[in-house]
Write a protein that binds this ligand. Structure first.
Ligand SMILES: [Zn+2]
Length: 309
């Protein structure tokens, strides 16, 4: 069984506000346990979270072993004030503050750092993002600072410019990565950047009535094309559904994501092997450096991180 490489245990797949409200005063173990049971029931033993600002992911890390789950967490995501990301994390105004947040995440037990470098999609209008991307120079510094601390970096990103800059500067995984093209995928392949498209967040909206299906379909078609390019170019790719997002339940989200890949690429053992390889690479990269030592880690033969060191 594949692992869930992008989830938010704080969310419930139904109502974001309600889910957050539950944990506002104190983290509710019972809610976390319910989500973990959904994974356990399906034999899913690996979950990588995208973090949150209320300490839910932090607590989930403590509970996960009871469910036989290898759970990796950035504790909270980090965004630049005024840009997208408040929903899952803590903001900074300058790089000094960013460095401070990396230190806090690390001291709270983060396995890696999650950064937000571009806006979120407007599902009602294909191609539109909620805000500008961060400038490439800033993305470069953010990756560099986290790598200096021995932590891998997962980036929420959409749009060609941010995706290509992040890949160029040695980002470890790109999440969503909508509104890019074959050229972007060529760059990801060259830099061995992990791609986690979270296509279930789009496909599961079709027919739900919240957004015009025509726009959702356009967004999904672009994502499908990129998944096809990733496969052809052998971009390291892993299954992550963004479980917890609207209409993407924990556990089932991963099954949905897998089905989407099969629909696009066909039902072949080669696709499974490719995805399993991507997941193995992700598991190796997204753990703290002290746990990576002694392993044949990618950093030593990663052409870009040598520059970053
Ligand atoms: Zn997410």
């Amino acid at each position: 069984m594949f692992g869930e490489c992008h989830a938010h245990v704080i969310m419930d797949g139904l109502n974001y506000r309600h889910a957050i409200q539950l944990h506002k005063i104190s983290v509710q173990d019972s809610v976390i346990r319910e989500h973990f049971r959904a994974y356990e029931k399906r034999g899913i033993t690996f979950v990588r979270d995208g973090g949150d600002a209320l300490g839910v992911s932090k607590r989930a890390k403590e509970l996960a072993p009871e469910y036989g789950i290898d759970y990796r967490s950035p504790i909270f995501a980090i965004h630049k004030n005024g840009y997208y990301g408040k929903i899952v994390g803590i903001g900074f105004s300058n790089l000094k503050e960013y460095r401070g947040l990396v230190d806090i995440a690390k001291s709270q037990g983060a396995d890696f750092i999650k950064i937000m470098i571009s806006g979120i999609m407007n599902f009602g209008r294909a191609g539109e993002l909620s805000c500008e991307s961060l400038p490439p120079e800033e993305i470069k510094e953010m990756i560099h600072i986290a790598h200096e601390e021995g932590l891998a970096v997962m980036a929420h990103t959409n749009g060609k410019k941010a995706a290509e800059a992040a890949s160029h500067y040695g980002i470890d995984s790109l999440e969503h990565c909508n509104f890019v093209d074959r050229e972007t995928m060529e760059i990801l392949a060259e830099n061995q950047t992990l791609y986690v498209p979270t296509a279930a967040t789009i496909a599961n909206l079709l027919g739900c009535g919240r957004f015009p299906d025509e726009e959702v379909q356009k967004i999904f078609d672009i994502a499908s094309q990129n998944i096809q390019h990733a496969w052809e170019l052998k971009v390291p790719t892993a299954l992550g559904s963004d479980a917890g997002a609207y209409l993407v339940p924990h556990g089932r989200g991963l099954e949905d994501e897998y089905k989407i890949f099969k629909n696009i690429l066909g039902n072949s053992p080669q696709v499974d092997t490719w995805l399993m390889k991507g997941e193995t690479l992700l598991k190796e990269r997204f753990q703290r450096k002290n746990e990576r030592d002694g392993m044949d880690n990618h950093r030593n033969n990663h052409p870009l991180t040598q520059v970053v060191k």
